[in-house]
Design a protein around this ligand. Structure first.
Ligand SMILES: [Zn+2]
Length: 418
């Protein structure tokens, strides 16, 4: 690595100059008439996406899983931009079941607006595969939500090998304030879909746009908080007088415990002026979605947690996508509107979650007395969870288990912060 490139004073306006590193390498092609591709990250092409969607569609049992591929719109280059809908088929044709089907809340996930960020597509692949799978958590998710997924917001950029832009040379994630149908069709129609949901009282519980990050490690979320933004800007508006719903913090806290690659410590909830025209900020501000996020995955790997020192492979990225979906279910379990029926079925879920946590916490540590004492406490906690899982467990205890889930996570919070 050499440091050949310095930004000129003309670009920075005379401010201290930023240094960039230049990676130089030589490639020898051993075969003549060969075709070689150089990739910035694990490739994930438009053809791969379309093939994968067809494979997923064929893999599901259409009597149980509602999986629809539609064309959101044609891109500027004339390529269909797919829109995927995933939910569970209605339990029966009865009026009640059809009504439950129609009234399910929405979750909206998008990815790959920046064509060079192929890591986002691998995370999306993991999410899609998980959502159509036979995993009981995936079933619960399908029965309780309708997923609207636009897995590739910039097919033209991906097909043409662009790094960040569309065919017009624009960064499509800076066009959300007033996208135009002729030049930014995918953004125009995605925003249209979200506006429609919002105007019919079906604003998504969570909106998340998957990205890749070339400078930071780990996986993390950017969210939107007016209070944290004002506080950071040392605004003269008394931030203590602003009452803000802090629910935007719950999902990242859940993912921090659940997903080995994810870290809360890199998350940020500032709304910078330079980001005013991004999906995250526009969906939050114009459609009132408090849980509107960008999820960033490192091109590199992790510098914390069980994956510390590991360079991400596609496996870890796909796992992150599945964990994101699991996080959406746990978010619902923690919400006040969560149904009793879902809560009682969460006993099974607890199992899955604990297996994940055990796998991520136990590696490479020499016991101190603290860990031994913790084991004693955890044994007692285990006795309660055993009761929750028994068929004789009372409804009263099960409904109080919502509190338990909460408490358990706070306890883990404390352990992890040390
Ligand atoms: Zn990006």
């Amino acid at each position: 690595m050499a440091n050949h490139y310095r930004q000129s004073a003309a670009i920075t306006g005379g401010a201290p100059r930023t240094c960039y590193y230049t990676l130089t390498f030589a490639v020898t092609f051993p075969h003549s008439e060969d075709v070689c591709y150089l990739a910035y990250h694990y490739p994930f092409t438009y053809t791969t996406l379309m093939t994968h969607l067809d494979i997923l569609e064929k893999s599901v049992n259409p009597k149980q899983v509602y999986f629809r591929q539609e064309v959101l719109c044609q891109t500027l280059g004339g390529n269909p931009c797919p829109l995927v809908t995933i939910t569970a088929m209605p339990e029966s044709d009865s009026a009640d079941h059809l009504e439950q089907f129609r009234q399910r809340p929405y979750q909206v996930i998008t990815a790959r607006v920046h064509p060079g960020e192929s890591n986002a597509s691998w995370v999306m692949k993991g999410a899609l595969e998980f959502l159509v799978s036979s995993d009981p958590v995936a079933r619960l998710l399908r029965e309780n939500f309708i997923f609207k997924i636009i897995p590739m917001l910039n097919p033209d950029g991906v097909i043409n090998g662009n790094h960040r832009c569309s065919l017009t040379g624009e960064d499509l994630n800076r066009q959300w304030l007033s996208p135009g149908a002729p030049l930014q069709p995918t953004i125009y129609h995605t925003k249209g879909l979200l506006s429609y949901l919002s105007s019919t009282g079906h604003s998504p519980v969570v909106f998340c746009d998957f990205h890749g990050h070339s400078q930071k490690k780990n996986v993390f979320l950017y969210g939107c908080s007016i209070k944290e933004t004002l506080w950071q800007a040392e605004s003269t508006v008394g931030t203590s007088t602003i009452l803000e719903d802090v629910s935007y913090r719950t999902l990242p806290k859940i993912l921090d415990k659940l997903a080995p690659a994810f870290t809360m410590s890199s998350c940020s909830f500032l709304v910078e002026k330079s980001r005013a025209s991004t999906a995250r900020v526009v969906v939050w501000r114009e459609m009132g979605v408090s849980r509107s996020y960008t999820m960033e995955s490192s091109y590199c790997g992790c510098n914390q947690g069980p994956y510390q020192g590991l360079q991400f492979g596609t496996h870890e990225l796909e796992e992150m996508g599945a964990m994101f979906c699991l996080g959406l279910l746990i978010l619902e379990l923690k919400s006040v509107t969560c149904s009793h029926q879902l809560l009682s079925r969460a006993a099974t879920l607890l199992n899955a979650e604990e297996e994940v946590l055990v796998a991520s916490l136990a590696q490479g540590l020499q016991f101190g007395t603290h860990e031994l004492e913790e084991m004693g406490a955890m044994f007692c906690l285990g006795l309660l969870i055993l009761e929750l899982k028994s068929v004789t467990c009372s409804h009263q205890l099960l409904s109080r288990a919502a509190t338990l889930l909460n408490a358990e996570e706070e306890v883990l919070d404390l352990h992890l912060q040390r």
